[in-house]
Design a protein around this ligand. Structure first.
Ligand code: ADP
Length: 464
């Protein structure tokens, strides 16, 4: 059974891990999807700005300017570096206009979040037949921005790549004469947008999913925890029941065996002829009968819970009532070495108790103090008044109870199964019954105990 539970727990943990992994995978996929949708949304919203004629005409200015510079380059009037310097100088001067216009348009569409835009130059290539002459990129030129803000490209989204293709003519000297030739110019550029706090926006959009997944996950864990706990409890109950059956069988065996011998003896002619022996045997039958009755009563009454117990409360004077219980207990025990130190409160206090049930509850504790003691039993019974409560403590010098067992001691059928207490038989019902009776009197029972030193049971009941 224990193995089965361990296997179940391990399987559940693996199941949970697998489930969490699938969930994490799905969430990460959804995240990517939501991210894409969000970027597309932004892109679409910015489309209106990017298609504005005003921006196009700014681009036309640098294109025209560039073409003139390339013509100069082809006519050997300026170098490649000069072409680039002039190009970037021009775009820089146009950028102020571009930025102002772009920002104004951004304000108009009111996206609700911060967006930055830039357009980078990718390449400028002159094509003449099969000859390609690259103006840009070159190692010496680190600039590449045409328009827009400054930000790191890695943190941005590329949303557009455009290629401008044009044909142009230039005049140059060839073999001593002036000739006109043509070339193709190819300029590539890329546009990027950077969205500030995009992660927060995407996460906010996924909040319901996160929350739902978390709830589901917690629900599955709670369900699993509850099922396993239930299983462990069921297992414990099954063990307790088996113990109880073993204990009660043992308890019943002795009186039944004695009764069987006694009934055989009663049939014996010698016993029949001797009135003393006959009487003696009949007394044995009576005693065993009484013992059996007691056992059955114990099982019947002790299986009641505090709600089922009907109390018949009467007024009692504390010291008279408890002294009587102690005296009766001493008489019943006839234990030569039993020491009971009686420190019951000397002032008379009136308590309202069910005399019978409360006495049985106290007797159970006293019985145990003798039962679970390996040397000369010494019991101290004290009482005192504290905050309107009557506090009774019963201490013994017995074998004590470990902290682990103390927690379950008042449970139904619970018996300490470790240590050297197994030779003492019982049903594990005494302290359960005691605690139910104290509860029915609206009181509290607690325990202080140390192994091999002894135990103290503290009972607190309100004085009505
Ligand atoms: P029972 O005595 O029939 O087993 P109880 O409910 O009276 O049942 O006690 C439950 C268990 O608590 C006992 O089996 C015993 O191990 C432990 N116990 C009770 N009283 C004492 C005590 N005074 N000292 C040590 N152990 C005790």
């Amino acid at each position: 059974m224990k193995n089965k539970i361990t296997i179940l727990i391990i399987a559940s943990v693996f199941g949970l891990i697998a489930l969490s992994s699938i969930q994490a995978y799905l969430i990460s996929n959804t995240y990517e999807l939501k991210k894409e949708v969000f970027i597309k949304e932004t892109d679409k919203a910015l489309d209106g700005i990017h298609n504005k004629n005003e921006l196009d005409s700014l681009s036309d200015v640098w294109k025209e300017d560039l073409r003139n510079h390339i013509n100069d380059y082809k006519s050997n009037r300026i170098s490649k570096t000069e072409v680039l310097n002039l190009f970037f100088r021009k775009t820089k001067s146009l950028n102020t206009l571009h930025e102002t216009y772009y920002n104004e348009e951004l304000k108009k569409i009111n996206l609700g979040y911060d967006v930055k835009y830039k357009q980078d130059l990718i390449s400028i290539v002159i094509i003449e037949g099969s000859i390609l002459d690259t103006i840009f990129p070159v190692k010496t030129e680190l600039r590449n921005k045409i328009f827009g803000h400054d930000f790191i490209t890695k943190e941005a989204y590329e949303f557009n790549m455009t290629t401008w293709y044009t044909e142009s003519e230039y005049i140059h000297q060839k073999d001593g004469s002036i000739v006109t030739d043509s070339y193709d110019l190819e300029v590539k550029n890329k546009s990027y947008i950077q969205i500030k706090d995009w992660k927060r926006i995407v996460y906010r959009r996924m909040a319901a999913l996160f929350f739902g997944s978390l709830l589901l996950f917690l629900f599955v864990i709670a369900l699993l925890y509850y099922s396993i706990k239930n299983l462990v409890t069921q297992k414990k109950i099954a063990e307790i029941k088996t113990d109880f059956i073993n204990n009660i069988t043992h308890e019943l065996k002795t009186p039944l065996a004695t009764l069987s011998i006694a009934s055989k003896s009663l049939k014996n002619d010698i016993i029949k002829a001797n009135p003393d022996s006959f009487e003696n045997t009949l007394n044995i039958v009576d005693r065993q009968n009484e013992r059996l009755q007691k056992l059955i009563d114990q099982v019947m009454t002790n299986s009641l819970s505090n709600e089922d117990i009907v109390l018949h409360k009467e007024q009692v004077t504390d010291n008279v009532y408890f002294n009587n219980i102690i005296e009766d207990f001493k008489l019943s025990k006839q234990h030569n070495n039993l020491i009971i130190i009686n420190e019951i409160h000397q002032e008379e206090i009136i308590l309202r108790l069910d005399k019978f049930h409360f006495a049985t509850a106290i007797l159970n504790i006293l019985e145990n103090a003798v039962k679970y003691c390996n040397n000369q039993p010494e019991i101290i019974i004290k009482s005192e008044l504290r905050n309107g409560n009557y506090c009774l403590s019963i201490s013994d010098n017995g074998i004590g109870i470990s902290e682990k067992n103390q927690r379950q001691l008042f449970d139904k059928f619970y018996r300490v199964s470790d240590g050297n207490v197994h030779d003492v038989k019982g049903l594990g019902l005494g302290l359960y019954y005691t605690s139910q009776i104290i509860k029915a009197h609206e009181g509290i029972i607690s325990l202080n105990s140390e192994i091999n030193k002894g135990s103290t049971f503290n009972i607190k009941i309100p004085i009505n």
